[in-house]
Write a protein that binds this ligand. Structure first.
Ligand SMILES: [Zn+2]
Length: 266
């Protein structure tokens, strides 16, 4: 297990937990143990582990560069819906002892709560990691391992789903100035897609660019608040008639001519 610990430590923080002994029982030795092979070590057990005398399991500590979405067994339908409505890139997924899926995403720059209900929630406490041994003799496994792909980003659209239910905030004049600069940026991102993308792909593109923009801003706006600004600017832009096609073509034409002209002079 030490070997596995070193192996896994490269990607995530792991700590030893009680394991399953040769007798198939929890190494804590308590006959009525409620979580065999799935609870923290006490001081004595930690010493045994350090001396290499305790077959331990591993727990992932959800801190660092990632956040974890826990999909419980009854949450798989909800997860399927989320996958159908958001572009979710390949990312690490591990199995849990009760049939859960733990889905890892790059940590967004702002605080976010992934608790969506219906068996889908954010996991912020420690949980059993592959290849921990279960009482029945099976081991937990990676469905997609950290060595198979990079950690995937949390899709911008999913951030919105997450933050839609966050409570409305009161009006704050000092943040209104900052918000108007942000709104202008988002409007520009939207207009930049004129004639290139439309409908949902256009919205998603704008969200992605806006999230990157907010992440690069210091301090960045809290995710829930920020995504509600993004959505309101997008819907404003969508009811304003687009600039006439001739104007877009003309701007591109002039843009091209100016660049050509300068390079010609040099
Ligand atoms: Zn135990």
């Amino acid at each position: 297990m030490k070997r596995w610990q070193n192996y896994t430590q490269r990607w995530v923080n792991v700590i030893p937990w009680h394991g399953i002994g040769h007798d198939g029982a929890c190494t804590c030795g308590i006959g009525s143990c409620l979580d065999p092979g799935a609870h923290p070590l006490n001081e004595y057990a930690q010493e045994l582990y350090d001396e290499g005398k305790l077959p331990a399991n591993l727990a992932i500590v959800p801190s660092g560069d990632f956040i974890v979405l826990e999909v419980q067994q009854h949450g798989r339908g909800k997860w399927a819906d989320l996958k159908a409505s958001h572009k979710i890139e390949k990312t690490w997924v591990s199995t849990g002892m009760r049939g859960e899926w733990f889905i890892f995403f790059k940590k967004p720059s702002a605080r976010v709560d992934l608790s969506l209900g219906d068996g889908v929630r954010m996991r912020d406490s420690e949980f059993l990691a592959p290849p921990s041994l279960l009482p029945g003799g099976k081991r937990l496994k990676w469905l997609v391992a950290p060595w198979d792909c990079d950690l995937g980003p949390l899709p911008a659209g999913l951030l919105i789903a997450v933050t839609k239910s966050s409570p409305a905030r009161g009006y704050d004049p000092s943040s209104a100035v900052r918000d108007s600069a942000v709104r202008m940026f988002i409007r520009r991102m939207f207009l930049n897609q004129e004639g290139k993308l439309d409908g949902e792909p256009r919205r998603e593109k704008v969200r992605e660019q806006a999230v990157a923009f907010n992440g690069g801003n210091c301090p960045s706006i809290e995710t829930g608040e920020f995504m509600s600004i993004v959505e309101s600017v997008i819907s404003e832009c969508e009811i304003i008639p687009p600039p006439p096609k001739e104007a877009v073509d003309a701007a591109e034409f002039f843009g091209g001519e100016i660049v050509d002209h300068l390079s010609y002079r040099e």
